[in-house]
Design a binder for this molecule. Structure first.
Ligand code: FES
Length: 113
């Protein structure tokens, strides 16, 4: 086990059944350690990004998930859920992305410690 792994703060964010129950195009909003995080399913994996758009006061989980892209509901900016990178105007700044692992039917997110 690496030193990085030992200090990682893995937090249970949801059950994988919560993710499986999402309708097409939806992400799951959770609050972890005071941070709003959107859990986004894509191709059998779960990705976690900060839920608050980098452009304004909107929750990305209230937008639309299309493949690996999530569309902000306010001005339709796109982010790649795999790394939080901005993909189309008007967004220019990324949102934070977090490592995710699934263990025993639970989705765990690595929070900065
Ligand atoms: S608030 Fe998200 S694109 Fe403007």
């Amino acid at each position: 086990m690496s030193g990085t792994e030992e200090t990682t703060n893995w937090v249970v964010a949801a059950s994988i059944s919560d993710i499986d129950a999402l309708e097409e195009g939806m992400a799951l909003s959770v609050e972890l350690g005071g941070t709003a995080i959107a859990l986004c399913p894509f191709e059998g994996e779960v990705y976690a990004i900060n839920d608050v758009c980098s452009h304004g006061a909107a929750l990305l989980s209230e937008g639309y998930l299309d493949g690996c892209f999530i569309e902000c509901p306010l001005h339709q900016g796109l982010f790649d859920v795999r790394d939080g990178s901005p993909q189309s105007a008007p967004v220019t700044a990324p949102v934070a992305s977090y490592r995710v692992k699934v263990e025993d039917g639970k989705v765990l997110v690595a929070l900065p410690s």
